[in-house]
Design a protein around this ligand. Structure first.
Ligand code: KE4
Length: 430
């Protein structure tokens, strides 16, 4: 594959954007090499500025359940743009999307739109603290909820696993009330509640983790979190920014039958435009300004372009059979990954949940962040680049989930499956 034009553009990008990117994972730092520069998206494919075509298993990190440039989404945006791109005032599209979201997520008795998952994370933490009048928050190693200070904590030492800043610039005061537990380990949560249960405002987690590869909750883990939070008067917050509409049309809360007090959403509900949302129990959401004392605001919140893109996306996505068909594509990819790895004697575990999938170059299943240390990152790097050379683009990190869209059926998945032998032959080479 030729990358002359990508290299030229990327060199220019590095002169004005830190690392040449507007979000770190795009820089290919964890897989090596240079990222290609996208010229356009078409359904399940990305085409770069050198004319190379890739099956895209990232879907802009989750939002594009219909694939790139879906005609209905483009038409809806074109129509809305001619009516105005932002009002900063009430308009009907925001109500329509809120009603569409609530139809699939009935636990969102009230909800509010923001402009990113990070904003939704900031808001739910502040709301939980305002409603409970408590300060401590429990999060889980490996779960990512956006880059708000309070949520950029890593496990500290000691039984309380007090949060320590997980990146420069986060003051220790910002994470001193953040406690870090281990996903799929309910005892690690019980220890924290035993020590300071009546100070915990909320437990927040990705119910299916997509930010350290794909981690699936053990049976009863989510139900146990529901019980322990109720017992201690703490709120349960599901970050469904990634899992929403992807693991199930109603998210992980529908898939596993556990109703959180608050939910974060994003990605899919914007159909590729900047959006986030949060919502939940009425008595909690009514603490929000202008009704209550918890302040939260945003210039472009409920932006009409994002609203129509999200509404059109959800209306197409929930048409009978569309979601189920995309789930079948994810399952066929996982089967291909498993059989390809076996043919080449490469240790691999792979799984899908709805239209999300993940795989680790590991001989044993990975159920928690700490277990990810057993994965073979070098094998992943060789696999990633060999697949890229075959025109198949997986996430440029061994610790991200992958996504399929309604557009991946047919040519795209068949091309990807046919390329796997090249990928695993490379992974098998030491
Ligand atoms: P944003 O602020 O990026 O819209 O959302 C933050 C966020 C919150 N919660 C979950 C579960 C998320 O996965 C995310 C963002 N996901 C990453 C992918 N691992 C976005 C990609 C990136 O950071 O470039």
């Amino acid at each position: 594959m030729r990358h002359a034009r990508s290299s030229e553009v990327f060199e220019k990008a590095k002169r004005i954007l830190p690392g040449g990117v507007n979000s770190p994972v795009r820089a290919f730092r964890s897989v090596g090499g240079e990222p290609f520069v996208v010229q356009r998206g078409e359904g399940a494919f990305l085409i770069d500025v050198d004319g190379n075509r890739y099956v895209d298993f990232i879907n802009s990190w989750g939002p594009l359940v219909l694939g790139h440039a879906h005609p209905s989404v483009v038409a809806a945006l074109h129509e809305q743009a001619q009516l105005g791109t932002s009002f900063g005032a009430c308009h009907e599209r925001e109500v329509e999307l809120a009603e569409e979201v609530q139809r699939l997520f009935p636990s969102l008795e009230l909800l509010r739109f923001v402009n990113s998952g990070t904003e939704a994370g900031m808001a739910v933490i502040r709301l939980a603290r305002g409603f409970t009048r408590r300060e401590k928050i429990i999060k889980f190693e490996g779960c990512y909820h956006g880059h708000a200070d309070a949520l950029l904590a890593k496990a500290g030492s000691g039984v309380l696993t007090l949060g320590l800043p997980d990146c420069a610039g986060v003051p220790s005061a910002a994470v001193s009330a953040t406690l870090v537990a281990e996903f799929n380990n309910i005892e690690s949560v019980e220890r924290i509640f035993a020590a300071c249960g009546d100070e915990v405002a909320a437990v927040i987690l990705e119910p299916v983790v997509g930010n350290c590869g794909l981690l699936v909750p053990r049976p009863e883990f989510l139900a146990a979190l529901r019980k322990i939070t109720e017992r201690h008067g703490a709120l349960l917050i599901f970050d469904e920014v990634m899992t929403g509409f992807r693991v199930h049309l109603g998210g992980a809360q529908a898939l596993y039958g556990v109703r959180p007090d608050l939910t974060m959403l994003g990605k899919v509900i914007g159909g590729g435009l900047p959006v986030g949302a949060f919502g939940g129990r009425r008595e909690i959401m009514e603490q929000l300004a202008p009704l209550g004392p918890v302040y939260q605001a945003g210039t472009l919140s409920g932006n009409p372009l994002a609203m129509v893109a999200g509404l059109t996306t959800l209306q197409e996505w929930r048409k009978p059979g569309v979601f189920e068909m995309a789930c079948g594509v994810a399952e066929s990819l996982v089967e291909g990954l498993r059989s390809g790895a076996a043919r080449h004697g490469v240790p691999l575990v792979a799984q899908s949940v709805g239209t999300m999938f993940g795989f680790f170059f590991s001989p044993t299943p990975i159920c928690s962040f700490r277990e990810t240390v057993s994965t073979d990152r070098e094998a992943f790097q060789r696999f990633f680049h060999a697949m890229l050379d075959q025109g198949v683009y997986f996430a440029p990190s061994a610790f991200e989930a992958g996504f399929v869209s309604a557009a991946h059926a047919g040519e795209a998945i068949n091309h990807a499956l046919a390329a796997l032998d090249a990928g695993f032959a490379a992974a098998a080479r030491r």
